[in-house]
Design a protein around this ligand. Structure first.
Ligand SMILES: Nc1ncnc2c1ncn2[C@@H]1O[C@H](COP(=O)(O)OP(=O)(O)OP(=O)(O)O)[C@@H](O)[C@H]1O
Ligand SMILES: [Mg+2]
Length: 302
């Protein structure tokens, strides 16, 4: 299964979508496969990865309402290794339409489970609220990444988010945890910025990569590409590459398993050869005989 990150903060405009899109692109650049799921009716992650909202046939709304499978809603982006499940305004209605369903909080999780190991990472871009869409993302996620702008009320907002995370943990997702706080639109010349940052560090893991305020990050969405494809050398694009590196240190890329499986283990030939003498001659018994043989081999291996 993929590692699933929800990028969440109910405060608006703190850099959730910028972080979702650019982190997803930076992970993909490190040759891991990434699925971005736009969970926000504003659809900013969708347009920010070059998918025009008018062209969307199936979206997060259809997935949540069971009108298509998650796989059917996936579209590719201009970034190699990065796919997206797009969102449109329709998603506003999902909050209302889901409300009467018993499994309303866990529908996204159920949909993501159908993907198996198709992706290494899934990134869920949450809307600026703690409604059912964010609840679905938090129920589905392994970890939460919290973009935070170092402003006076930032910590107050974090308290609300933590209370929601605790509720989701209790009700749907006992292993949910905050992976880290990423400081966004960071302005090191402002002394309040440092005060807030220090206070956040007292309570949470704060990524050592901070995202500076950088005009390229705000320009890139209007070109429908992550900053990495718009201006790879910009401070913004480089910062998100740094954040991706930090995340990959905690969640290293999985080694491809089929290669491993083909390598014969040193004892294997011996085990395979050993049961031979017991091989029954009658056609009816081979299944039984080989089961016995493999049980014996297993006992030996154990
Ligand atoms: N590091 C940055 N430097 C400059 N501009 C930024 C940076 N991060 C985000 N922005 C800009 O700030 C605005 C808000 O960012 P973004 O859309 O990522 O926030 P959000 O938390 O997703 O917002 P919402 O709560 O509405 O979903 C956007 O115009 C974006 O381009
Ligand atoms: Mg957003």
């Amino acid at each position: 299964m993929a590692v699933i990150f929800a990028v969440a903060n109910q405060k608006g405009g703190v850099g959730k979508t910028t972080t979702s899109v650019n982190l997803a692109a930076s992970l993909a650049a490190a040759e891991v496969s990434v699925l971005l799921v736009d969970c926000d009716p504003q659809g900013n992650a969708t347009s920010g990865t070059g998918v025009s909202r008018g062209s969307v046939e199936r979206s997060t709304y259809d997935v949540l309402l069971g009108q298509c499978t998650l796989a059917e809603a996936i579209v590719s982006t201009p970034v190699k290794g990065l796919d997206i499940v797009p969102a449109t305004q329709d998603l506003v209605a999902a909050e209302l339409e889901l409300v009467d369903l018993a499994d309303r909080a866990t529908r996204l999780r159920a949909a993501l489970e159908t993907l198996g190991d198709r992706y290494d990472f899934v990134i869920l871009d949450c809307p600026p609220s703690l409604g059912l869409l964010t609840v679905n993302a938090l129920s589905a996620a392994d970890r939460v990444i919290v973009p935070l702008q170092c402003e006076y009320f930032a910590l107050e907002g974090l308290t609300h988010l933590m209370a929601t995370i605790d509720r989701i943990k209790g009700a749907f997702n006992p292993d949910l945890a905050v992976e880290g706080v990423v400081l966004t639109m960071f302005d090191g010349r402002n002394s309040l910025t440092h005060q807030v940052a220090d206070e956040v560090r007292d309570h949470f893991r704060v990524y050592s990569t901070v995202i500076p305020r950088n005009v390229r990050l705000s320009e890139a969405p209007s070109h429908g590409v992550p900053a990495l494809l718009y201006d790879a050398q910009s401070r913004g694009a480089q910062a998100y590459l740094g954040l991706a590196r930090e995340i990959l240190e905690s969640f290293p890329k999985k080694e491809p398993e089929p290669e491993k499986a083909r390598e014969p283990a040193p004892e294997e030939p011996e085990q395979a050869a050993e049961p031979e003498p017991e091989k029954p001659t009658k056609p009816a018994r081979p299944a039984k005989g080989s089961a016995k043989a493999s049980a014996k081999a297993e006992r030996k291996a154990g």
